[in-house]
Design a protein. Structure first.
Ligand code: FAD
Length: 622
């Protein structure tokens, strides 16, 4: 091996959504960073749906942005249709989603990376890790160059031993059009990593010129598109519509006629797939009573005719794909530009990670993204960001940044992964978070900007505008609780209209805003200046006042569990020496090696009694 003459602080393997955030975070924190990828033309490429956000995923993007990551700004600049989902529901589950111009998204991210100081980009396949003692010190690459680094982050996505399936045909690939990564996962196994096999799938990309859009239902974005990033002022670019189509009983018949040549049903695919994102053949088999399934026909960009039929992923043979897509109304003449396929790939069980995403087996080695068994761009980006931050903090000799379950969805996801591990693709859902009302999209900056600034990722100008917003919210909350509406000032007509006829005593503006349907717009009739406040501030006033009681209750729950969460368990804890632990609890703790008492309490099979004994043992140790 030829040793490259520059030694890096952080080496990032992979340029998907995890790799990009990891490399940008490390370089922005001042570390000399190298990003290696099999294909530099596929930086931040969306392997599947051309969209960012959605339920719980939108929360992750806002959190990435609040900490100083790039995903939010990238989609704001390249999105072609923005929508806020669940607007009729409570603020905890409202979520942003945007269709992306897939090629623009990739190109802008590449541009941002190329402009970043302290970041080198190179196209090469990593074939193995260089490990000395129990520490990683670099990577070896195909082509015979060794790169040395103080820390290494693996973000290999679906590429390790990737195997693409279309019907009974299969061939190695990292995703359609990309080479697989060969050798790396065998090396990981040799170091004791628990390497497993997962599977995912994607629909065909269809030629929009051969679709009769006039016969499909149109779906438009929001009239006033709301950006993802807290620092994007507005979305300037025009939006494009999506279209809705449906399968029918004939489509299902065609699908059933191909099942004997489906690699899933013929038992050729051994990896476990995402249960919440089933292929169309899975849906047809599992729900035989349904006579149609909906698909959104999503444009892949403004400058291409390719469209993406969401929810129609399949690994059925190509002749079945032709017939099935053409059985859909409006798609009778459709041409497939890229066939649908499934892919199997190696992942590493995340139970072997600390909450910092550093591996427990090899020091200074971090894993992030799909390699940890997750699925989704946002999940990958969020982990990449945290791995990049923590590798940089390690080089700086500082403690890692670990977000709690009450602080961020990112904290919930990483805690789930490292505490419970996963045997099937993991994706984020709002139901995974126990403190949903605290972890809203709208307050991600209030939760995380400070931390992003502390570690040096959030720039001064962004931080000072955040501080100004925060102060404005606080001073307005104080004003609203102090200012009162008197019956005489309101006048009888307004009191009647507001259902307050006969009111005797003055009522605070805060009490008015607490009423369920009452908005800042209503309040402006007696306090016109409220409409001069920025929209984000008015939103906070409404939410914080209306949900104050519930928020308070969740904060009290967080307080109660704070002691468990902050009690650290040393890496070298010998569970064999703690008397009183049952054999099962002892075995679970020794296998999962939790970082904190809180984490230990979430391991299935670890009882409250076991936690009490462990907590006494920890006290005795210090
Ligand atoms: P990726 O985006 O896969 O990027 C991996 C990067 O690592 C690439 O840049 C690659 O070149 C590089 N790399 C890998 N190995 C090496 C090596 N040895 N040396 C150098 N570079 C290397 N997500 C969903 O949420 N829903 C879906 O329905 C869905 N369907 C999918 C279907 C398919 C067919 C595929 C391929 C993916 C699908 N995904 C889906 C997953 C989504 O694409 C990923 O979750 C996301 O892209 C993961 O990001 P990542 O950064 O971890 O990895």
């Amino acid at each position: 091996m030829i040793v490259y003459d520059k030694k890096y602080d952080v080496i990032v393997v992979g340029a998907g959504h995890a790799g990009c955030e990891a490399a940008l975070a490390a370089a922005r924190m001042g570390q000399s960073t190298l990003m290696l990828t099999i294909n530099l033309d596929a930086i931040a490429l969306m392997s599947c749906n051309p969209a960012i956000g959605g339920l719980a995923k939108g929360h992750l993007v806002k959190e990435i942005d609040a900490l100083g990551g790039e995903m939010g700004r990238n989609i704001d600049a390249t999105g072609i249709q923005f929508r806020v989902l669940n607007t009729k529901k409570g603020p905890a589950v409202r979520a942003s989603r945007a269709q992306a111009d897939k090629q623009l998204y990739r190109l802008r991210m590449k541009h941002v990376m190329e402009q970043q100081d302290d970041l080198d980009l190179k196209q090469v396949e990593v074939t193995g890790l260089v490990i000395e003692g129990d520490e990683v010190v670099g990577v070896d690459t195909r082509g015979g160059v060794r790169f040395l680094g103080k820390t290494v982050i693996l973000t290999t996505g679906t590429f390790m031993r990737g195997l693409i399936h279309i019907g009974l045909v299969n061939y190695p690939g990292g995703r359609a059009g990309d080479l697989p990564s060969i050798g790396l996962s065998d090396g990981l196994k040799d170091y004791g990593f628990d390497v497993g096999r997962l599977k995912t799938g994607t629909p065909a990309r269809l030629d929009g010129r051969t679709i009769d859009f006039d016969r499909l239902e149109k779906q438009y974005g929001d009239e006033n598109p709301i950006p993802f990033s807290f620092s994007t002022e507005r979305i300037e670019q025009p939006q494009v519509p999506c279209h809705i189509a449906y399968t029918n009983p004939r489509s299902h018949e065609i699908i059933r006629s191909g099942l004997d040549r489906s690699p899933l049903y013929a038992g050729i695919i051994e990896g476990i797939g995402p249960r919440y994102c089933p292929s169309i053949e899975d849906k047809v088999v599992r729900f035989p009573e349904k006579d149609r399934h909906q698909t959104f026909i999503e444009p892949e960009g403004r400058e291409t005719v390719e469209v993406y039929p969401s929810g129609m992923s399949t690994s059925l043979p190509i002749d079945i794909q032709w017939a099935f897509y053409r059985s859909i109304e409006g798609l009778e003449r459709v041409e497939i530009m890229r066939p649908a396929y499934a892919i199997e790939y190696d992942y590493v069980n995340p139970i072997q990670l600390h909450a910092s995403l550093e591996t427990k087996l090899v020091r200074n080695l971090y894993h992030a993204g799909q390699i940890n068994g997750t699925s989704g761009y946002e999940e990958a980006a969020a982990q990449g960001l945290m791995a990049g931050i923590n590798a940089a903090l390690r080089v700086q000799g500082k403690d890692p940044l670990v977000l709690g379950r009450s602080e961020a969805y990112i904290g919930v996801m990483i805690d789930d992964l490292v505490t419970l591990g996963t045997k099937e693709p993991y994706r984020m859902f709002t139901s995974r978070a126990e403190y949903r009302l605290l972890l809203r999209e709208d307050n991600a900056d209030l939760r995380l900007r400070e931390k992003g600034h502390e570690i040096g990722l959030v720039k001064e100008e962004v931080y000072s505008s955040f501080l100004a917003k925060k102060e404005l919210i606080e001073s307005e909350l104080a004003r609203l609780s102090k200012e009162r509406l008197t019956p005489s000032a309101a006048g009888e007509d307004l009191l009647e209209e507001w259902g307050l006829a006969g009111m005797q005593n003055a009522i605070s503006y805060e009490q008015l805003l607490r009423r369920p349907e009452f908005t800042c717009q209503d309040l402006s009739r007696v306090y016109p200046a409220i409409m001069d406040l920025p929209e984000q501030v008015r939103e906070q006033l409404e939410i914080q006042i209306k949900y104050q009681g519930y928020i308070q209750r969740q904060l009290e729950q967080v307080d109660r569990s704070a002691r468990l969460e902050s009690t650290k368990i040393p890496d070298d804890m010998d569970y064999g020496t703690i008397s009183g632990l049952s054999a099962e609890v002892r075995e679970k703790l020794a296998r999962f090696r939790p970082d904190t008492l809180g984490q230990a309490s979430r391991i299935p099979g670890v009882t409250p009694a076991g936690i009490t004994i462990l907590s006494i043992a920890l006290k005795a140790r210090y």
